[in-house]
Design a protein around this ligand. Structure first.
Ligand code: MGD
Ligand code: MGD
Ligand code: SF4
Ligand code: MO
Length: 871
């Protein structure tokens, strides 16, 4: 059994993973103790990677028009069609839409093909939805897209400000590193700036529940405060920056009262935060999508960076602005230039750079101007201007704003090529040509994490069917388009070597992105390494106060905060984001029963007062609507949410729910500087979705679902899911037969007092399917019922009872996904077994003792119990 050292394919923390295939075909996953991002830790998603590797649902052969073809046919067809469309309509009529989940080598080739050889910069990626505002902010301030610091700075800081980041769920291993550092140095302070009280708040000393997009005002006010209280560093400002006076002038009127009005925050809380920031030298400000995904995202980034420049807190240990990346290779994509407004290797469309890159690539036909950014790209497609698109490693029908319009644009586009691992995704279902891509564990290449650290992803599984790595597919199309010489690669290491050489080409230290120190590196054994690396890797940037602007000074940006945003009367502001155990459109995490048990259906968080006002009852169904689309989701009534605001996760797709695509509601409004869409702020209406009947099912085989509402998730040994009916099925036996694909007779019971029914089909002591229905949301214990699928010797009476017998406690909804420990088990350990700390709960139940991702949730169960005890 050989262990392979590789890198996690999920978030931008970039944890090292040890993967060991077992004789039975399974793969054991462990954290790599030697990787400097995680030192052996993994979160719940990383730990469950072994459960997402099955070939179920994989696309294993190329297809044209739903028919299997050979690679040669598919590649020839794509090259021919692209070539003809370019000849007829010009290079700007074609596009690639890529992803921060491509490896650097894939990304480099896609960029080289489009910009160098097709001669268009119409290659944009899902990083436009993710990192574009940070890129724009970095470039405005530093003259380059440079993340100054590293993960150790988070451990060394005395104050960490988390802005628009749910680190506890989205960068769990970084969160754990911070929690561990704080346990050692309790004087470390943490401030959380987020409209919601997220689980990340469990670690915070101060939570500022800021109004949507109040961040610019908050940080502009902070700049004014720093200046007024003498907390700036005039020597640093004079020696290393420009534009301070203009930025301060713009900030002048922003006293605490005005900031309070613009942010909805209490004046006392604001001054508490300002004082903390002013008097603490070692501050790191971490920011993520609450900052980037906004119509004012670039300004938010610069408002934050301004405060660090004004206090000289950048480029030294334990301080600096820190944009954390989302995807495993968001950073690598930026390195190769994989956005429509960048050229290559951190070079822009300047005449010198165009000349340099065209000489390096030997590409006289190089693109000379930026291409279309994601939202504009799909709008141009809708207008018929983009006639061929090739989508790689992303699922825009679910993740782009105005997603129904994106779906319509793709449906109308004459040629849609999609490279993906899965046969069915909402995007794949619209493809004319489907290309089977190799996935994690099969691919070979590099990724770069949030702290500029390049790590290898190495294969440990054979390529399934005819799946091929993305770099191979791209180069084979390029060769067939007549560019054989420029795309003559046999291995990803050759591509990486060229990428290294381009970063070093004509680079005399004037460009931040420089890998010249890796020119002779051995690709196969490459250890995780930070860039830039000329002689030694740079752990931290800007320590010398020199930036990448023409005068080598950092630039302040004068910021005008936007007016506070109020929804139309009766409407809500819809905020969107992520949950702990799902990744994006669920193509991988949606395969793992363990991960799907944490949050098993699409939902919306709503404040209890708003829910009461609208007559939305706990666990009932809610219809959300906007000018752009609708969604049907479960109500999660919670005071973590502010009044007038809603929160819904981005994850659910048509593969997992009847109408859960949240981006159908979100408008395509973008930041004017970065082009990044404002995915955290849609105007929507919410109303109860009255159902005649609710249902919960478990089934050994994938059922056929057709009710008004449905949501499905994997369970061990089958499937589980929720149903909502606007009318009761007229013929129950017929309904059961169609849904569960069997002619066998179900046993059933009915309780006339409350209209509840239960149906069960058991064959040879094993559960085939069970369905519980009720006029109200069904009360059955989900985990218990799903667990029946794995049991033997069952009798119908146990199943029909709908609850565990008194001898078998009901664990309740899963909190710890590593050991499947439910909320009831944990609450019991606290209330009855006297556990008073997360550690004690772990000792009794094992919850929280493996990856630790659920420790914040265990802490809130402990706190709730303390409150209950005090009442
Ligand atoms: N579990 C999990 N982890 C992931 C991912 C995943 O899908 N699942 N995806 C990865 C990717 S690609 C990304 S980009 C990252 C994203 O990581 P995060 O940015 O941490 O995650 P989000 O949930 O998108 O949004 C963060 C927070 O922004 C807040 N917010 C909304 N509007 C505002 C505002 O106006 N101001 C402020 N200050 N805050 C606001 C939201 O309430 C939310 O809690 O996560 C990565 N990690
Ligand atoms: N409302 C709202 N919308 C959002 C966000 C939000 O916070 N709110 N966040 C945005 C952000 S930050 C992001 S990053 C995006 C993410 O959104 P997407 O990129 O659309 O989401 P994924 O599910 O990661 O899609 C990746 C696809 O690539 C496939 N895949 C995986 N690995 C490979 C590979 O190696 N090669 C190929 N060819 N295919 C592969 C997977 O099967 C999957 O279909 O969503 C954005 N959309
Ligand atoms: S924090 Fe979790 S998802 Fe992110 S890289 Fe590490 S193990 Fe993977
Ligand atoms: Mo992202």
């Amino acid at each position: 059994m050989k262990t392979t050292r590789t890198t996690c394919p999920y978030c931008g923390v970039g944890c090292g993973v040890l993967a060991t295939p077992q004789p039975d075909g399974s793969v054991t996953i462990a954290g790599d103790p030697d990787h400097p991002a995680n030192f052996g830790r993994l979160c719940s998603k990383g730990s469950a990677l072994g459960e997402t590797l099955s070939l179920d649902g994989r696309l294993l052969h190329p297809e044209i028009a739903d028919k299997r073809v050979t690679w040669d046919e598919a590649l020839g067809h794509i090259a021919g069609r692209f070539t003809r469309i370019i000849a007829e309509h010009g290079p700007d009529a074609v596009a690639i839409y890529g992803s921060g989940q491509l490896l650097t080598e894939d990304y480099y080739l896609a960029n080289k093909l489009m910009k160098g050889f097709v001669g268009t910069a119409n290659i944009d990626t899902n990083s436009r939805l993710c990192m574009a505002s940070s890129v724009a902010g970095h470039k405005r301030a530093f003259g380059s897209d440079t993340v100054p610091g590293n993960y150790e700075d988070l451990e060394q800081a005395d104050l960490i400000v988390l802005v628009g980041s749910n680190l506890g769920w989205c960068h769990p291993v970084l969160y754990q590193r911070i929690a561990a550092a704080r346990a050692q140095r309790p004087e470390m302070k943490i401030v959380l700036i987020d409209p919601r009280r997220t689980v990340t708040n469990e670690i915070a000393d101060l939570h500022l529940p800021i109004g949507p997009d109040g961040d610019s005002a908050l940080f502009v006010g902070l700049l004014a405060h720093l200046a007024q209280t003498g907390a700036t560093d005039p020597a640093y400002i004079a020696a290393h920056t420009s534009g301070f006076d203009a930025a301060l002038l713009a900030a002048e009127d922003w006293d605490i009262a005005r900031v309070a009005a613009a942010t909805g925050l209490a004046p006392l809380a604001i001054s508490h935060f300002y004082d903390l920031f002013a008097r603490t030298e070692k501050v790191v400000t971490v920011y993520s999508q609450g900052v980037n995904q906004s119509a004012a995202g670039s300004d938010k980034v610069n408002a934050i960076i301004n405060c660090h420049l004004a206090s000289g807190r950048i480029g030294r240990p334990g301080m600096g602005p820190f944009s954390v990346t989302g995807q495993p290779n968001a950073m690598g994509g930026r390195e190769v230039g994989g956005l429509a407004n960048m050229l290559a290797a951190h070079m822009d469309f300047t005449p010198e750079a165009i000349d340099r890159v065209s000489r390096f690539w030997d590409a006289p036909n190089i693109a000379r101007k930026p291409g279309l950014k994601a939202v504009d790209l799909f709008a141009a497609m809708a207008r018929g201007e983009i006639k061929a698109v090739w989508i790689m490693a992303t699922n825009p029908v679910d993740s782009m704003p105005d997603a129904d319009a994106v779906r319509a644009a793709l449906a109308a586009c004459p040629l849609v090529v999609v490279s993906d691992m899965n046969r069915h995704t909402d995007t794949m279902d619209l493809a004319h040509i489907r290309l089977p891509a190799a996935g994690w564990g099969e691919k070979d290449g590099t990724v770069t994490n949030s702290e500029r650290r390049i790590s290898r992803q190495r294969p440990f599984l054979p390529l399934p069917g005819e799946a091929r790595p993305d770099w191979w597919i791209i180069k084979e199309v390029a060769r067939r388009m007549g560019h054989a010489k420029a795309f003559d690669y046999e291995t990803p290491s050759e591509i990486f070597a060229e990428h290294v050489a381009l970063s070093a080409f004509d680079n005399d230290g004037s460009r931040d992105f420089d890998l010249s120190g890796l020119i002779d590196a051995d690709y196969d054994t490459l250890a995780p390494v930070q860039w830039p690396i000329r002689t030694r890797p740079a752990a931290r940037m800007f320590g010398d106060g020199r930036f990448f602007t023409p005068d080598r000074k950092a630039r302040f940006v004068a910021i005008q905060p936007p007016p506070p945003f109020a929804p139309a009367p009766g409407g809500f502001i819809l905020n969107t984001g992520r949950v702990r155990d799902h990744w994006h459109t669920m193509t991988r995490t949606g395969k793992a029963a363990r991960l799907s048990a944490h949050m098993a259906e699409p939902f919306v968080e709503i404040h209890p007062d708003d829910a009461a006002r609208l007559g939305i009852r706990r666990a009932s169904l809610v219809r959300l609507s906007s000018r752009h689309g609708t969604a049907l989701v479960r109500a999660l009534v919670t005071d973590r949410q502010q009044r007038g605001q809603l929160f819904a996760p981005m994850h659910w797709t048509d593969q997992f729910a009847s109408n859960g695509r949240i981006d159908a509601l979100v408008p395509g409004k973008t930041d004017p500087v970065s082009g990044q869409p404002a995915l955290k702020m849609a105007q929507v209406h919410a109303e109860p979705a009255a159902m005649r009947l609710h249902g919960y099912f478990v089934a050994a085989e994938n059922p056929r679902l057709s009710s008004e509402y449905w949501a499905i998730a994997p369970a061990l040994g089958g499937w589980r899911g929720e149903l909502g009916f606007t009318a009761e099925p007229a013929d129950w036996p017929a309904f059961l037969a169609v849904t569960f694909g069997t002619e066998s007779q179900f046993q059933s019971i009915r309780d006339d007092r409350n209209g509840r029914r239960a149906f069960a089909l058991i064959e040879n002591g094993r559960l085939v399917a069970a369905l519980y229905t009720s006029p109200d949301p069904v009360l059955v214990s989900r985990q218990w019922a799903a667990g029946l699928l794995a049991e033997t010797g069952l009798s119908a009476s146990i199943v029909l009872a709908g609850r565990p017998g008194s001898d078998r406690p009901d664990g309740g909804a899963v909190v710890c996904s590593c050991f499947s420990v439910g909320i009831n088990t944990i609450a019991d350990a606290v209330a009855r077994q006297g556990c008073s700390s997360v550690e004690a709960v772990g000792a009794v139940t094992r919850a929280g003792t493996n990856c630790g991702s659920c420790r914040a949730e265990i802490r809130s169960i402990l706190d709730a119990n303390r409150l209950a005890a005090a009442e």
